[in-house]
Design a protein around this ligand. Structure first.
Ligand SMILES: Cc1ncc(COP(=O)(O)O)c(C=O)c1O
Ligand SMILES: N[C@@H](CCOP(=O)(O)O)C(=O)O
Length: 520
């Protein structure tokens, strides 16, 4: 096949850019056990459906319904994993990313207030909101608003009704390649901007929207990115009418990712460095200018991302899977999953949490090396080029969060070489998926843990797919063109060039059908 047939050419180059509830059913089984709730009216006695007046939109409708209700839930920033005697804390309305000692922060919820309601209450409440257009609960994130940003006015929320992503039973992949019968892929990348970042960005940009309404000094929102955070940030900011500024490593992200912030009107800086260099710069810049930092160093993001874990439990009817495998780069997401599962346990929705696996590309594996060293001193690495370009990160900001999540979930870290991750992606695609290379990393990690017997054939296992495959088509084109140096690309499936006449077409088809026949 002519490889050139598959190669895309594009007018874009990475050069500097010019400025430019549903109410809960009132049947007794759904009523709260210990108290009545008075949050954004999650419970309503009247189940009769009234259409809102024609001149009212869903935001105004939510505001009218909620106006007389105030909730008792609250959250604040505290130093991450601090000693229980520590009294340092900050309001979520403050602009703060680090603790006094320079450590990470965490969003701490008033768990005692949430515990006023038992596990079955929360399950029923969350279940009752799925698939509705009621603002803002139609979002998989905001359907858990009480656990995310309980104090934000629904009117301040910027949402694309993200979340509620499908979970795919990987029947054929599990059976054919791993001998597994209960393997699932949670498609977090089938989302508004094509990655799980939407889950965190709706929360962060909503809070920024609130801060700006409070006249706090936030002129714009900025991030460093390997392509997905920048896409989500620019889309949510565009939706809110807030300026966004993205720092991208030149020539290190896919064309599909690059075009997203450009199209959404972000101020795009193309920098001659890698992601870690961009991250360093954006941290320095946001310390000087009124630009709010949108990377996952900002713990608000993880409050949204943790809802994917809650969703997984919900999709299994609140049965806990044995394993959840997450590709890791800057390492916020693995902690977000831990936090979501842990909250469900703490608040009585489930009685245990799954074991977590963080999967890294061997070319960008600082967490893997740390794990293999028995969690001795952590050293950042210089990340090398990988097809899993969104996780080409050598100095992850959330390293402490990731270690905490893995230690507290009896977790494991695995790695995948370039050939392993590309073959895994091709295998998965050939069984009906269309995954990104990062999901290929996670599937390779799974294969290794299956082969070593750590994960058993009947273990219920969820692989988290973090981005849409359509963002990474060039990697698939290279693979199926067999255009990757030193890679066998053994599952390549290139198109066949055929003369446009009946005889030629019949010849190749007969040959093809015979080859299929002989395999059965
Ligand atoms: C597609 C994709 N997968 C996985 C990750 C890793 O997530 P985290 O940085 O939270 O570890 C990222 C971003 O880093 C990503 O964009
Ligand atoms: N893959 C990320 C890297 C930055 O991660 P973040 O979660 O800290 O924003 C990206 O797409 O930029």
């Amino acid at each position: 096949m002519a490889a050139s047939l598959l190669r895309s050419s594009s007018p874009f180059s990475l050069t500097p850019h010019q400025p430019n509830p549903r109410p809960l059913n009132n049947s007794p089984k759904f009523l709260p056990i210990k108290a009545t709730i008075s949050s954004d009216k999650p419970i309503e006695a009247n189940t009769t459906k009234h259409r809102r007046p024609a001149d009212e939109n869903i935001r105004q409708e939510a505001h009218r319904r909620a106006s007389s209700h105030h909730n008792n839930f609250s959250a604040k920033y505290v130093p991450f994993n601090a000693d229980p005697s520590c009294t340092e804390s900050y309001s979520l309305d403050e602009i703060v990313y680090r603790s006094r000692s320079g450590g990470l922060l965490d969003v701490q919820h008033d768990i005692e207030a949430l515990k006023e309601f038992d596990g079955s209450y929360w399950k029923s409440l969350f279940d009752s909101r799925i698939g509705k257009t009621t603002w803002p609960y139609g979002s998989g994130v905001w359907s858990k608003k009480e656990w995310v940003l309980p104090e934000i006015d629904s009117d301040d929320i910027i949402s694309a009704f993200e979340g509620n992503s499908n979970m795919f039973w990987a029947e054929r992949f599990g059976k054919q390649y791993l001998g597994m019968n209960d393997l699932w892929v949670k498609h977090c990348g089938i989302s508004h901007t094509g990655s799980f970042k939407d889950l965190g960005m709706t929360v962060l940009v909503s809070q920024v929207n609130r801060l700006r309404k409070m006249n706090r000094p936030v002129v714009g929102v900025g991030c460093a990115s390997t392509g997905d955070t920048s896409a989500a940030l620019s889309a949510y900011c565009a939706s809110a009418g807030i300026p966004s500024i993205v720092f991208l490593p030149a020539n290190k992200i896919s064309m599909a990712q690059l075009v997203q912030p450009i199209a959404n009107g972000a101020f795009v800086l193309s920098l001659d460095t890698d992601f870690d260099g961009c991250m360093q710069l954006v941290r320095e810049v946001t310390a000087e200018l009124p630009i709010y930092l949108a990377n996952s160093l900002n713990s608000l993001r993880l409050e949204g991302q943790k809802t994917a874990a809650i969703e997984i439990l919900q999709q299994f009817d609140w049965e806990v899977p044995d394993w959840v495998i997450v590709p890791g780069g800057n390492l916020g997401n693995i902690y977000a999953f831990y936090k979501g599962f842990h909250m469900c346990k703490e608040l009585g929705l489930v009685d245990r949490i799954p074991r977590l696996v963080c999967a890294q590309a061997a070319n960008a594996n600082p967490l893997y090396l740390h794990f293999k060293s028995g969690w001795s001193d952590f050293s950042p690495v210089k990340a090398k080029t990988t097809f899993a370009s969104a996780i080409q990160i050598g100095d992850p900001v959330s390293i402490d969060r990731a270690v905490y999540a893995l230690k507290n979930s009896n977790g494991i870290v695995e790695e995948a070489t370039e050939e392993e991750l590309m073959d895994a992606m091709a295998q998965a695609d050939a069984t009906g998926m269309f995954i990104c290379p990062h999901t290929g990393v996670a599937l390779s990690a799974l294969a290794k843990l299956r082969n070593s017997g750590v994960i058993r054939p009947t273990d219920r296992t969820v692989v988290v797919s973090t981005a849409h495959g359509l963002k990474f088509t060039q990697s698939k084109i290279d693979y199926h063109s067999k255009a990757i140096p030193e890679m066998a690309c053994r599952l390549a499936n290139p198109p066949v060039n055929v003369k446009a006449d009946f005889g030629s077409v019949m010849d190749v088809l007969k040959k093809y059908l015979l080859s299929k026949d002989s395999r059965q």
